[in-house]
Write a protein that binds this ligand. Structure first.
Ligand code: SF4
Ligand code: SF4
Ligand code: SF4
Length: 592
């Protein structure tokens, strides 16, 4: 059915707008007027919590919240009268009265929507005094995020994203009136509830109330330690987003500049997580083929997204046997660096410090999982290491934003750096690995390899267009030379939940499923630059597929360094040694 168009007068001009939309959307999309708001997120958070979007509507006595009131035929709206401007300023001053005044040192200072809107509204002083008696304690229980409730303006965006997009419901408003605050069940802290560390709440928070756990000081300290060999790995989605932090347009491929910057900051080796993305495809691809041949548990589900893995452990513990036992590429990389590479280079693994640059806040949690110490166990007997010498496979995880901050602190002119390559070995990668950064990418990479391994034939067309794009759930059939493989791809945990409930009911028609925790996959990860461009995910995705198309090798099993590591170290995919070092296990978190 066609949507009826209504005539609405906004600031004296007539506009034809679709029935059913809010005044805010009509003003923004049809009249080009940016009605201020801190809480509105189209389709996700439309509760009118901040009251900054008030407008006058002819015939209504009170000012109306533009984000919740729908347009009506013949409606006359005024968005910038003295009454409207005064009310918005007043509401903003009320918000600022209780807000800490530490903008100089706030992590979100440069991109804070609250600060920007206060300036736009012309707020130059705050006449109200603070109504809250005490400062609230920080929530530092999470390994990924830190919450400062004092900076919270109760816009509820985080609550909406966590509930509606991720279907986790880890946070809500607790308390009444002036004691209200966003918190967790029983105020237990993010680290002690169902939170999966995805950082999607951080992405939408308009203030500095949610930030990532800062690991920058530890990385600078390691880089300054002459006794350490500090190496860095960078995930696929970082290279297509980090440029945004330096004013480059969305979708800029900054791979070479990123490698150059990291080398100039003092990293001994600049490696590429894409190498272990290719290794993941070998391990996961052979795991799938094994399960198909031997009647194993199907569908097999990918395991490279730690936010998704924690979600499965928390909400679907009974069907964890569907999740691939492969570690994520980040964790495979840490293990390979501290075993294969350290051995090959003759370096004491205790001296090696592995820093990851990830689009992801959940990877800060993942590196601390007790299972992620495989390299220590590998060396323990060989070197006679004591238990108190235990070390993690990955030492520090920086988000894309933190990496950019370090580049700024180092005084590097990122935009004008010459392009440089990754170091080798552990620096070669294929197009299949690059596309891990976009939803559908792991599936496409796996299909490129699975087809050739299963059929023994060369794949004529490498691009699997049916699994590309930002749609929440994609499904298709793939013909493996007469055998049909039914596959599905989900991004965002609300969509993952749909596929998981199918599995729990025993109704899943699929053989292989890719799940990524974040909307859009890692390119929309919680650690990525915060952007207000509605097309930013599409731009980052197109940069990822450009990078893939430009690679001389586009299939994981053709990566010569991957072939070499099997020859020199692991033997073959899914070998006992590979299982020991590259695979992991999961735990039931449903009652924790
Ligand atoms: S990190 Fe993710 S799961 Fe945790 S509170 Fe934020 S949105 Fe919810
Ligand atoms: S923490 Fe941030 S996103 Fe959540 S309600 Fe407070 S200000 Fe809004
Ligand atoms: S989708 Fe990517 S960024 Fe998001 S939790 Fe998973 S690995 Fe991290």
């Amino acid at each position: 059915m066609e949507t009826r168009l209504l005539t609405v007068k906004i600031n004296g001009r007539d506009y034809q707008v679709p029935e059913g939309i809010s005044i805010l959307k009509a003003a923004r999309d049809y009249a080009g007027i940016n009605v201020p708001t801190l809480c509105y997120l189209e389709g996700i958070s439309e509760e009118g919590a901040c009251a900054l979007c008030v407008v006058e509507v002819k015939g209504a006595r009170n000012l109306q919240r533009a984000c919740v009131v729908k347009v009506a035929e013949g409606m006359e709206v005024l968005t910038s009268t003295p009454r409207v401007r005064d009310a918005r300023k007043l509401n903003m001053e009320l918000l600022l009265a209780n807000h800490p005044k530490d903008c100089f040192t706030c992590d979100k200072s440069e991109i804070c929507e609250l600060r920007g809107l206060a300036a736009d509204l012309g707020v130059r002083e705050v006449e109200f005094t603070r109504t809250r008696k005490e400062w609230l304690p920080f929530d530092e229980t999470s390994l990924s995020l830190v919450r400062d409730p004092n900076k919270c303006v109760l816009c509820r965006r985080c609550i909406s994203v966590c509930a509606k997009i991720q279907s986790v419901n880890a946070i809500d408003v607790v308390g009444r009136s002036s004691d209200s605050a966003v918190s967790t069940f029983f105020n237990a802290g993010l680290g002690n509830v169902e939170c999966v560390n995805c950082g999607q709440c951080l992405q939408v928070c308009p203030t500095g109330a949610i930030t990532e756990r800062d690991e920058i000081p530890m990385v600078w300290k390691a880089l300054g330690d002459a006794d350490k060999v500090v190496v860095v790995q960078t995930a696929p989605a970082v290279r297509v987003a980090i440029g945004e932090e330096f004013g480059m347009p969305g979708g800029t491929q900054a791979t070479g500049k990123m490698a150059a910057a990291l080398r100039r900051m003092g990293f001994a080796k600049v490696f590429d997580t894409d190498f272990t993305a290719d290794l993941t495809i070998m391990e996961e691809g052979y795991e799938l083929i094994g399960r198909l041949k031997n009647g194993g548990t199907l569908p097999l589900i990918t395991s490279c997204s730690p936010g998704w893995v924690k979600f499965a452990e928390t909400f679907f513990p009974k069907v964890l046997d569907h999740v691939s036992s492969c570690k994520s590429p980040q964790q495979m990389f840490g293990t390979v660096t501290k075993t294969y590479w350290a051995e090959k280079m003759g370096i004491d693994p205790r001296k090696v410090v592995v820093v990851s640059i990830m689009p992801c806040t959940a990877k800060k949690f993942e590196k601390e999982r007790p299972e992620m110490k495989s390299a220590f166990h590998y060396w323990k007997d060989k070197m006679g290491l004591r238990d108190d010498e235990v070390f993690n496979d990955v030492d520090y995880v920086l988000t894309t934003r933190e990496a950019a901050q370090m580049i700024r602190e180092a005084g590097l002119d990122f935009v004008h750096l010459p392009d440089e390559d990754f170091d080798k070995p552990l620096g070669e990668s294929t197009g299949a690995a690059v596309i891990f950064g976009a939803t559908g990418g792991v599936m496409e990479a796996a299909l490129r390899t699975a087809y050739e391994v299963v059929t023994g034939k060369t794949l004529a067309k490498l691009d699997f267009m049916d699994v590309r794009g930002l749609e929440g759930i994609k499904a298709t059939d793939v013909d493996l030379d007469g055998t049909t493989l039914k596959v599905a791809v989900a991004n965002g945990l609300g969509n993952a939940r749909v596929l998981m409930e199918q599995i729990e009911r025993g109704e899943s028609p699929y053989h292989f499923i890719e799940i990524m925790c974040c909307p859009g996959g890692c390119l929309g990860g919680g650690g990525q630059p915060i952007s207000h461009d509605p097309d930013i995910k599409k731009k980052r995705a197109s940069a990822i597929y450009r990078e893939d198309a430009g690679k001389p090798i586009r299939k994981s099993h053709e990566n010569s360094e991957v072939q070499q590591i099997y020859k020199e170290f692991f033997g073959e995919p899914n070998s006992e040694k590979a299982h020991h070092l590259l695979h992991t296990e999961y735990c039931d978190r449903s009652c924790k």
